[in-house]
Design a protein around this ligand. Structure first.
Ligand SMILES: Nc1nc2c(ncn2[C@@H]2O[C@H](COP(=O)(O)OP(=O)(O)OP(=O)(O)O)[C@@H](O)[C@H]2O)c(=O)[nH]1
Length: 310
């Protein structure tokens, strides 16, 4: 990315996160009472972090770190926000891992999972666009055969992005579509096969069986596949996103996360709660509906945006 592109991305990220940023920033405003970091201020900081969706564990960790480094020392509001940003970054850095295409033999099989409406289909399209821009050969597989609309939507995106798609009829067997897709991707030298899956969390057992079958079939073609199981989460769900991680981890063996819809929600702090609670890699974040609105997860920039000091 050029410097201008970097700058415009930072501005867009800040614009997207504006509500989250304002929320924590407002909650932190006025907490510096005696101009020294004392217990009362630390309590207020911890409360501000919790009500900003960062979760109790991350809030406690940030409080303890602030106390350890600065207790009894003079601090301005700006310095407090800077210090909070630094501690948020320390939580986010270990989980920031861009998706890498390294599978050998190709293709790298990327299962994308998530509840309906989480932004799964749009994220697949954005991911395909992103990988295509990086000169990888990409193919999509319409493994969500539960709804005809899902297949149609994915096909429309495939056309828009300019990548091939393997699909079957509504109600078809997802595992057989994935099987065909891997064979075709292998034959045509595709680097990354991105597989859409059904997001029926309301029927956990069926979903688990469906994903297990996809895994079995994939395993026959390549024991390493699927290489990635990416869970797409909607940030507007706030704390609910955390329970989705819990369930999908159990059902599908999640290897990484993408958080979408960070634009227009004040609940972006949930990213920090997810990082603290699960430690799963965060590959990217979505801050809009356009194809280039999926970006790598930059922990320092995101931390500064969340704390309102970007
Ligand atoms: N503002 C915003 N909207 C998004 C983002 N990602 C997806 N959306 C929108 O969210 C809605 C749902 O996205 P889909 O990609 O269709 O979600 P899905 O999880 O595949 O849902 P189903 O198609 O119902 O299974 C669409 O209107 C998208 O345009 C994002 O990062 N920001």
């Amino acid at each position: 990315m050029s410097e201008t592109q970097e700058r415009s991305w930072a501005e867009r990220l800040f614009g997207g996160f504006r509500k989250t940023s304002e929320r924590l920033s407002e909650n932190l405003t006025g907490v510096v009472g005696t101009a020294k970091l004392d217990d009362a201020t630390l309590d207020d900081v911890e409360d501000a972090l919790i009500i900003s969706d960062l979760g109790p564990a991350a809030a406690k960790r940030i409080r303890d770190k602030l106390a350890e480094k600065r207790f009894g020392l003079g601090i301005t509001e700006r310095e407090l926000k800077e210090a909070v940003a630094e501690e948020i970054a320390a939580i986010l850095r270990p989980v920031a891992k861009p998706l890498e295409i390294t599978a050998f033999p190709r293709p790298q099989v990327i299962l994308v999972i998530g509840v309906n409406g989480s932004g799964k289909t749009t994220t697949i399209a954005k991911l395909a666009h992103w990988l295509t821009e990086d000169d990888y050969g990409v193919m999509l597989a319409a493994g969500d055969t539960f709804r005809a609309a899902a297949i149609g939507q994915l096909a429309t995106w495939a056309e828009r992005v300019g990548v091939p798609i393997v699909k079957g009829p509504e109600g078809g067997d997802p595992a057989s579509i994935v099987f065909d897709a891997v064979k075709e991707a292998t034959a045509t030298g595709i680097d990354a096969l991105v597989v859409d899956t059904a997001g029926r969390l309301q029927n956990k057992r069926e979903l688990m069986e469906e994903l297990a079958k996809i895994r079995r079939v994939l395993g026959r073609l390549n024991p390493e596949a699927p290489h990635d199981v990416i869970l797409v989460l909607d940030a507007t769900n706030g704390q609910n996103a955390l329970s989705q991680i819990e369930i999908f981890k159990e059902v599908a063996g999640v290897t990484g996360l993408v958080m979408t819809k960070l634009d227009g929600t004040a609940r972006g702090g949930v990213l920090v709660a997810a990082a603290e609670q699960f430690g799963l890699p965060i590959h990217a974040i979505g801050v809009g509906e356009k194809l280039d609105d999926l970006r790598p997860f930059d922990p320092d920039l995101v931390a500064r945006v969340i704390a309102g000091v970007a």
